[in-house]
Write a protein that binds this ligand. Structure first.
Ligand code: IPE
Ligand code: IPE
Ligand code: MG
Length: 240
């Protein structure tokens, strides 16, 4: 029997590892980029769904620091899609009162992509609904490393005292500064690993893995994840 979301707690922040675009394409005898293209359509739909569900933050893993190791053709196709969807996203964000924010090291992208990211963030900054966070050229270890480098520099410059560093200080140097930690992580396509995603932020996040391939992800799948989250007994190291 289908359960409704009535009376359920909607997580404030959902993190997503959208995996399985390649497998989706392979199943259909299509080239991998066809899976990525369909995956972009699903991202767009999911942003609209999340905005309507009242989720405050949705963070999706779009491209990892390790994904540069893929073939030149695949990386090139992903960059082209990224260019195209940045423009579409501006429309989707405006229509749904969505604020867009990118995390990760954008400096490795081509100039026009860097400018596009800047424009998207600037033009959606005043929106008050869902905050849609896209992790691109993102790696948890890279994020922590960049944060440590900046902290060390601030200590050296006398702007930060080493003995005054707390967990809050570290969090404030991360790309996700001011974004609350995710309550729920959803990974599609069945892999049981973090793949270098939000290593600091996921410390106490509930993990939900579905076999559904990312391009097939839909409202029903999202609702199933939220229902599973509601059936969890959340602990933070203490007893219940
Ligand atoms: C996720 O799908 C999208 C990106 C990592 C860019 P994959 O491309 O990893 O798809 P699979 O895992 O090969 O099926
Ligand atoms: C994780 O997916 C990264 C993104 C979704 C962007 P991958 O397909 O790259 O991860 P692995 O290779 O399965 O660990
Ligand atoms: Mg994958």
């Amino acid at each position: 029997m289908e359960q409704s979301l009535e009376g359920m707690v909607i997580p404030r922040h959902i993190a997503l590892i959208l995996d399985g675009n390649g497998r989706w394409a392979k199943k259909r005898g299509l080239p991998r980029p066809a899976g990525h293209k369909e995956g972009c359509v699903t991202v767009e739909k999911t942003v609209e769904l999340a905005a309507r569900m009242g989720i405050e933050y949705l963070t999706v893993y779009g491209f990892s620091t390790e994904n540069w190791k893929r073939s030149t053709e695949e990386v090139g196709a992903l960059m082209q899609l990224f260019r195209y969807y940045m423009v579409r996203l501006l429309k989707v964000a405006s229509a749904n009162n969505v604020r867009v924010r990118m995390i990760g090291d954008r400096s490795r992208f081509d100039r026009d992509i860097i400018d596009g990211i800047g424009r998207l963030e600037k033009e959606t900054r005043e929106n008050t609904g869902l905050t849609f966070v896209i992790a691109v050229n993102y790696g948890g270890r890279d994020e922590i490393t960049r944060a440590m480098r900046k902290m060390a520099q601030d200590v050296k410059d006398g702007q930060l005292k080493a003995e005054a560093i707390t967990e809050e200080t570290v969090a404030s140097y991360l790309d996700t500064a001011e974004i609350p930690d995710p309550e729920l992580l959803i990974r599609t396509s069945g892999e049981l690993r973090l793949s270098n995603y939000l290593l600091w932020q996921l410390a106490y996040t509930e993990i939900y893995v579905t076999d559904c391939l990312w391009p097939d992800f839909n409202r029903e799948e999202l609702e199933k994840a939220v229902i599973a989250y509601n059936n969890r007994e959340r602990r933070f190291g203490g007893t219940s």
